[in-house]
Design a protein. Structure first.
Length: 318
């Protein structure tokens, strides 16, 4: 492959998504549905809107499902990892396909703000690297960024509350020059947040920041998956195809995959119910528990015996 010029993108889509099991048992996390459209499809839409046409996608877990995608209007190449290379290392393997300016995105984080503002700010600054920041209600789950005069002053990765000095967190969206990516060691594990960015700071290379205004969500947990679906559905329960609720049953603030069926008098509030699950009558706040192989129990039982929290994630085996 020959070096390309201009604007391009790299999407990281190789993660295992273990915190979303059992949802991700059969599909990679970037393909989980968000109000009828996968997380990856929403990222492709944002890239088109920003004027990107050439995209590298890195894969590893269930790669064939992602590599089968041929999104309209985009020239996509897939780069499969045979062993984990880290966020920066995985993008490094696509270097010859990437252009002079590269927007890097996590394939399991969705957002509703346009990327062109961050792109203009990056290009106007002449910086080698720009990190897009967003706000988080719980910054301890993410990398907190302290900025000064529009540049990164310090990073704290997943800080304790006593170490939290800002609710501005790293969105996982970066605008990088090809020159910076070329400094990433090829063929070895290398991370943006833990390796590349700290090295740039040590070397005195300014890293610009851009504060995005709008919704952003890392679809990394059942709670985030549910809440992200509800954001894009306007708060309405999200239902897949052929969902049947029995008499006097209702679902509120929930995500029901295709083929879900319930008996009568079921109350599903804040639940994620997996594909083809069949629930009996009188079920409320059901949970999925691996150790009990799909047993359906009430939320109160789960809270007392298992210490589980809402939302419930349900998968029932027939």
């Amino acid at each position: 492959m020959m070096m390309q010029s201009g604007l391009s993108a790299a999407v990281l889509a190789g993660g295992l998504g273990t915190r979303l099991f059992p949802i991700t048992e059969t599909m990679p996390k970037p393909l989980v549905p968000i109000a009828g459209k996968s997380a990856l499809a929403r990222i492709f839409d944002a890239l088109r809107d920003c004027g990107v046409t050439r995209v590298a996608v890195t894969t590893m877990y269930r790669p064939e499902q992602i590599e089968a995608l041929r999104p309209a209007g985009l020239d996509v190449r897939y780069f499969r990892e045979t062993s984990p290379l880290g966020t920066a290392g995985s993008v490094r393997q696509a270097l010859d396909w990437l252009g002079e300016t590269v927007v890097v995105l996590a394939g399991d984080a969705v957002f509703d703000f346009p990327l062109d503002g961050a792109l203009r700010a990056h290009l106007d600054s002449g910086a080698e690297a720009t990190i897009v920041l967003t706000t988080a209600a719980d910054p301890t789950e993410y990398g907190v960024v302290l900025g000064r005069d529009g540049c990164v002053a310090a990073f704290v990765e997943k800080p304790a509350w006593r170490e939290t000095f800002s609710n501005r967190v790293n969105s996982g969206i970066y605008f990088l020059s090809r020159r910076v990516l070329a400094t990433v060691p090829a063929g070895r594990f290398y991370d943006f947040s833990k390796d590349l960015f700290p090295r740039l700071l040590r070397d005195g290379v300014p890293i610009r920041t851009y504060a995005a205004e709008g919704y952003w969500c890392d679809v990394g947990s059942p709670t985030a998956f549910r809440d992200c679906n509800l954001h894009f559905s306007g708060g309405e329960t999200v239902r897949g195809e052929n969902v049947v609720l029995g008499p006097n049953s209702r679902a509120e603030g929930s995500v029901l995959f295709s083929g879900v069926r319930t008996g009568e008098r079921c109350v599903l509030e804040g639940c994620v119910v997996c594909e083809n699950a069949v629930l009996g009558s009188g079920v409320d706040q059901v949970v999925y528990n691996y150790k009990q192989n799909g047993m359906v129990i009430t939320y109160e039982e789960a809270e007392a015996k298992l210490g589980l929290d809402k939302p419930a994630v349900v998968q029932v085996f027939s």
